[in-house]
Design a protein around this ligand. Structure first.
Ligand code: M6R
Length: 610
């Protein structure tokens, strides 16, 4: 979802901006642009539809634009079609104020009408041009760049990360954010602005996370922060602990493949985050045993894969800890009026910026409920606003299709379930130890699965022409299927559905035709026979069936086309292993079909708008 960059320093700005934008490509975009304050005192703006390369070629990799202060943007269209005209940066009529924006200005139509009444004209269909002209209006009124931005913030509704340059302030970039991510980096007198850390990691690891409704003023030599009253406020400088290589492909053809291979490490790191001296220690999370012991119930919210991780967590937590757990889509929870009873609300999110998840968190807090965030991105909005935070240790995830962050979320969920069960006395200390030992051995089992990836690759090449793929399972296997199916459809563009195996015959089985591919996930010993019966029902209607099953478990001989084995683990953790062949299957099909694996069409990595 749109990417923003900014730079002020001694280097030529345009190449730094292009470099930063290239690191944000993963967020999804359809056009791009940069604006640089030139040595003659004017502002040069260049925009292009399509890939960043088109923009880069137009300015010869940035060499054609002279100047050391600039802002840049990759746009993911919300208001107005993808086009050069609608691309950012946008400017006022005199080209003395220029801005880039991420987010949505909800009352833009009303503001536009007001500006038109005051004599403004508009050249694009975007809410960002409205935002820019609103800043222009207030700048002309108050003749103060900070006040123009604070007035803007008081007037608009919606979410935004906005960066503004004024011709009158040639060595300064101003920025403000509300519910849209924005970070600022500093290094030896240079200042950097970006939507996400990877964009500036090559230049600095010293980062400020901008607070909601905080205005930043970036100059050579440093950054100052202000509140909406324009009082200077302090912000804490944070050191990023991962390096630029973590956000590079590291020899893999795609980020997704690299991230799939990082899963053993990610599982270990997430486990070690709370596993201290042989037991689970939530002191860094901030959750006391008292809260866990007496909590009346748990509500888990998230979107997409985070929601799917929550589904697994629901099964595992109820089974181990005997606490009532409900899992809900964040986009539904935020508009519901649920009956509450002192539950702990857990928000799962890789980015920590997903608009629906953030709104769900706020709605839970308004109801007086305690909130726990399971989040990957340090300093993200959800992490900052939740009462407690469990940081998953996946490191930067670049591919739009999540793999390693999902795996880390699963592990965080298992650890929470074990901790709950342990403090509530619903499992014995021996079983607790067995579970922890089992979690410890998950990374090597994932690594073993990855070594056999060629088996999945071969099956993908044999089935690449399939039009429909179904995934069926029961219990946690059903939760695993939903994630496997999402992975497949989002990057291969093949139609896919996941079904609780017993539910197929209540309607969906009518879609099964000759040659339809149906995967059965069969890792829950008590449920295998039932699911196999459902798979046989699809075979009778012409389906080609494949199974993902625990090795050593004898499956009924019903003529599966392929059986992919996963190593044995405790029944509560099998999703972590079953996910791997499904991720690889989606990946290889996407490659075989010539798709843009890391940046699937119509999708954005971080969905910061509703
Ligand atoms: O950043 P989040 O975890 O909050 O994102 C939630 C979903 O948008 C995300 O999991 C999405 O479903 C993935 N692209 C799936 O691979």
């Amino acid at each position: 979802m749109c990417g923003i960059v900014g730079y002020i320093g001694k280097k030529q700005a345009a190449p730094v901006l292009l470099d930063g934008l290239s690191k944000l490509e993963y967020r999804g975009y359809d056009s791009a642009g940069v604006a640089v304050l030139n040595p003659a005192g004017g502002i040069d703006i260049v925009k292009a539809k399509g890939r960043l390369k088109v923009l880069s070629d137009a300015i010869d990799g940035g060499k054609k634009l002279k100047g050391t202060c600039g802002i840049g943007h990759t746009r993911w269209a919300t208001h107005g079609e993808p086009s050069e005209n609608n691309a950012h940066p946008h400017c006022n009529d005199e080209k003395t104020i220029v801005a880039v924006h991420n987010g949505i200005i909800e009352n833009y139509a009303e503001l536009k009408a007001k500006l038109i009444r005051r004599g403004y004209g508009f050249y694009s269909q975007t809410d960002t041009e409205v935002a820019t002209k609103l800043v222009d209006y207030y700048y002309k009124k108050y003749n103060d760049p900070l006040q123009a931005i604070s007035q803007f913030a008081l007037r608009v509704r919606g979410s935004y990360a906005l960066a503004v340059m004024y011709k009158d302030f040639p060595e300064t970039v101003f920025a403000i954010r509300k519910d849209s991510p924005m970070i600022i980096g500093v290094e030896k007198g240079e200042s950097f602005l970006a939507s996400d850390v990877p964009a500036i990691l090559k230049y600095t690891k010293n980062v400020y996370y901008v607070d909601n409704l905080q205005i930043a003023k970036l100059e050579i030599g440093g950054v100052k922060f202000y509140n909406l009253d324009r009082d200077e406020v302090k912000n804490e400088l944070v050191e990023i602990t991962w390096d630029a290589e973590a956000a590079e492909k590291g020899g893999y053809e795609h980020f997704m493949l690299k991230e799939i291979h990082e899963q053993p490490r990610v599982i270990t790191d997430t486990f070690n985050y709370v596993y201290k001296n042989g037991e689970i220690d939530f002191s860094e999370v901030g959750l006391s045993d008292g809260i866990l012991k007496y909590v009346k119930g748990i509500v888990i919210v998230g979107c997409g894969s985070a929601y799917h991780a929550g589904m697994v967590m629901q099964y595992v937590t109820e089974d181990l800890a005997r606490v009532p757990v409900r899992v809900e889509l964040a986009s539904e929870y935020r508009y519901r009026n649920p009956v509450t009873n002192g539950e702990l609300v857990i928000v799962i999110s890789q980015s920590g910026e997903t608009a629906d998840s953030l709104a769900a968190l706020r709605s839970a807090k308004e109801k007086g409920l305690k909130t726990l965030a399971i989040v990957n991105v340090l300093g993200s909005s959800i992490a900052r606003e939740a009462d407690f935070v469990f940081y998953t240790k996946a490191g930067p995830e670049i591919s739009v299709a999540t793999t390693k962050a999902y795996s880390a979320q699963l592990v965080a969920g298992y650890l929470l379930a074990i901790k709950l069960a342990s403090v509530r006395g619903t499992i014995t200390q021996d079983y607790c130890k067995t579970l922890l030992d089992e979690l410890c051995s998950l990374p090597e089992k994932v690594a073993a699965l990855l070594e056999n990836k060629h088996l999945i690759q071969k099956f993908a090449s044999e089935t690449m022409d399939k039009k429909d793929v179904f995934f069926v399972g029961r219990g946690t296997d059903y939760a695993a299927c939903i994630e496997g199916s999402l992975k497949l459809k989002e990057i291969s563009y093949i139609h896919s559905e996941a079904y609780a195996a017993g539910e197929l015959k209540h309607g969906t089985i009518s879609l099964i035709e000759n040659g339809t591919l149906v995967f059965g996930v069969l890792t829950q010993p008590d449920l295998i026979e039932k699911t196999v019966s459902n798979l046989v029902e699809t075979q009778s209607r012409g389906a080609l069936t494949a199974a993902i099953a625990t090795e050593g478990v004898k499956l009924p001989d019903v003529g599966f086309e392929k059986v992919f084995s996963i190593p044995h683990t405790d029944v509560h953790f099998t999703t972590s292993l079953a996910a791997i062949p499904m991720q690889l299957f989606a990946y290889y099909l996407s490659v075989l079909r010539g798709n843009d694996v890391d940046k699937p069409r119509n999708l954005a990595k971080s969905v910061t708008v509703e």
